[in-house]
Design a protein around this ligand. Structure first.
Ligand code: ZN
Ligand code: MN
Length: 506
């Protein structure tokens, strides 16, 4: 029996608007003393009226567009009724049948290439407050600061087939939220919360009939990317064992992820959706995306405000600069880092086309050199500059970093000196040419001098040359060592190695 995991995700993203979803309370209550960012509206007092936060709606529409969703012209809020101490109104204002976004998708990188994960919907709702249970289990205290914080809920179709895919999906989603600048999307702080629905099927993996799936298990309380992967892996293993014993789940259930024990634990069987008694929120007007509607939202304007999204930027970095997939991935992971890189590149371009010795049009000159410069800049940025200190990016302006790259590119400094120079740049915030002057850092050894030195070493050590040619290749290190000594350590070892190998194999 071959079992295929069927995984879908429900992700809540807290929006970092200034005020809450339906009142003017400060939305940064997580950093304030308990129950200080509250008012009669978010405390659910009778007779109060909610007013929808327009920023939250515009951001949700922007997120929906970024996730390739359709945005229906009219969307509305509904009441979802249930009782819990952290929900003082006895209902949550959410969206039921007319959400802001529908039928979207997000492409993720999997081990078998790009995979399109369909998104069922994106809707906007308010968060509940937060319960704190005392250690002895006798008391529960409620902090209402979080009550009515704007939340986007994103529901995928059950298109994911492995725990690793789910993790990648959540990571990609977080990145998009950060690029859109609508949420800090920090999982550990609960700005991004993920529930996973998991079932197994013995149907053929490429012809799954979704109507014939067995009841799913919903895993809640997943608080980190690692937990997304671990919890789903655990659940797949647990359900596989049940199937093998002929005990495949017959009813839908909810389980919680226990991080300490590394297991999921049974919580309750799920209420049907109809138990929530959804009905349209009578105190809020519908959301109108019709062009020109009074009090509506201008979708064209929202679309125009979309920044370049991480996936597009990743593809562009690879295509435009010839970066490796891995380097492009790391650069894009942090939007500030990506911006830093691009700024350095544009400085390099300006520098390159200002050189008068080059011929051709500016575009041609750039085309010819950009891959080499981008590779150099990418490697020195990721492998060296970031390793110097956590303040490296703050202390080295992109234009100074670009100038530094031009020194390497023009063979003005070797890599040993470059490393020292880079460290000085981070320490002093000065530009590289100033440091070179001040510190008297040698600008390295000229290529022709290196050749002369190496020719000399070869002619003085004929016995070793013979032995090398006979196959004693470990002698290469001896020649490099000799050359290093004679150039007083100022030549680049890699350059030395290349020249020596070339001459010895001649
Ligand atoms: Zn309030
Ligand atoms: Mn929800």
């Amino acid at each position: 029996m071959t079992l295929t995991p069927i995984i879908g995700l429900e992700i809540h993203v807290q929006l970092k608007t200034k005020s809450k979803m339906f009142c003017r309370c400060d939305n940064s209550g997580e950093n304030q003393p308990p129950n200080t960012t509250v008012c009669p509206v978010c405390l659910g007092q009778p007779g109060t009226l909610p007013v929808a936060n327009r920023q939250a709606i515009a951001w949700s529409a922007m997120a929906a567009l970024a996730l390739n969703c359709e945005i229906p012209a009219i969307s509305k809020f509904d009441r979802k009724s249930y009782f819990y101490p952290d929900l003082p109104k006895g209902y949550q204002i959410s969206q039921f049948d007319q959400p802001i976004g529908l039928r979207g998708f997000l492409e993720i990188e999997t081990k078998d290439g790009l995979k399109k994960i369909s998104i069922n919907r994106l809707h906007l709702e308010e968060d509940a407050a937060k319960n704190f249970h005392s250690v002895d289990g006798k008391n529960t205290l409620v902090d209402y600061n979080r009550s009515s914080t704007p939340l986007m809920e994103i529901v995928t179709e059950p298109d994911l087939r492995a725990a690793a895919q789910a993790k990648t999906f959540v990571q990609e989603l977080r990145l998009i939220m950060r690029y859109l600048d609508v949420s800090d999307a920090d999982m550990e702080k609960g700005h991004l919360r993920c529930d996973a629905n998991i079932s197994l099927t013995d149907q053929l993996a490429d012809k799954i009939d979704y109507k014939k799936l067995s009841p799913k298990t919903e895993v809640k309380n997943i608080n980190s990317f690692r937990a997304v992967e671990k919890a789903i892996e655990y659940e797949i293993k647990r359900q596989t064992e049940l199937w093998q014993e002929g005990q495949a789940p017959k009813i839908q259930s909810t389980r919680g992820w226990n991080e300490d024990k590394g297991v999921t634990e049974e919580q309750r069987t799920k209420e049907e959706a109809s138990d929530y008694r959804y009905f349209p929120e009578p105190d809020l007007p519908p959301i109108n995306f019709t062009p020109g509607a009074a009090n509506g939202f201008d979708l064209k304007k929202i679309k125009a405000s979309l920044p370049e999204l991480p996936q597009d930027k990743r593809k562009r970095f690879i295509a435009e600069y010839g970066l490796t997939v891995e380097n492009a991935r790391i650069l894009i992971e942090d939007k500030n880092l990506a911006a830093y890189f691009e700024q350095a590149i544009s400085e390099l371009r300006a520098w390159l086309i200002s050189l008068d010795e080059t011929e051709g049009t500016q575009a041609e000159i750039w085309e010819k050199n950009k891959a080499k410069l981008a590779k150099l800049a990418g490697n020195w940025l990721l492998n060296k500059l970031l390793a110097v200190s956590p303040q490296a990016l703050e202390n080295v302006a992109p234009e100074n970093f670009a100038e530094f790259i031009t020194l390497i590119h023009g063979n003005k400094i070797n890599s040993t000196i470059a490393q020292k120079l880079l460290e000085k740049m981070v320490q002093t915030k000065k530009d590289p040419s100033v440091i070179l002057d001040e510190e008297g850092l040698d600008k390295g050894v000229e290529q022709k001098d290196i050749e002369t030195i190496i020719d000399q070493i070869i002619s003085q050590n004929q016995k070793e040359v013979e032995a090398y040619k006979q196959g004693k290749t470990t002698l290469l290190q001896f020649f490099i060592g000799q050359a290093m000594r004679q150039t007083k350590g100022q030549a680049d070892p890699e350059t030395l190695k290349n020249i020596i190998t070339g001459k010895l194999n001649n």
